[in-house]
Design a protein around this ligand. Sequence first.
Ligand code: FEO
Length: 171
Amino acid sequence: MNKRIEAALNDQVQKESSSSQFYLAMASWAENNGLNGTAKFMYQHSDEERFHMLKLIKFINERGGVATVPAVEQPPKTFDSLERVFELLLEHEIMVTSSINDVVDVCLQEKDYSTHNFMQWYVSEQLEEEALARGILDKLRLIGGDKGGLYLFDRDLENQAAKATAPGANA
Ligand code: FEO
């Protein structure tokens, strides 16, 4: 495997791993603050990021490169508010999108069209994740400090997480 491509992919492995840790910290914080629906949603999101990391590791190794398993990062222990959690999630996803775009750019520079093709899955995934985070943040801003609204918001996220894990949901 081309060394520049290998380095760019390994850098992305690190980003997906740190996303998984970050969302795990959010899940744990939500669970400790009575937001069980949000916790479920974030635990699931953390698992998805781990899957993104694994998919990259396998791709690197299958193509004759060497994947680097990154060190585990310590994410924050606490967050200021639920709104802040989703602001951070959106900021993080925007950073990941830009990093995916960098990998795609290296693929084009190196004329590696099969890795470019592989990366298109991540490009679409980022579009979905950013749209989801923006939608959730809009809802939260609409609710403001309304406790009843927050209760319903948390229940909605729980339903969303349950739907995503239903058999055949991602088919
Ligand atoms: Fe795998 Fe949400 O970036």
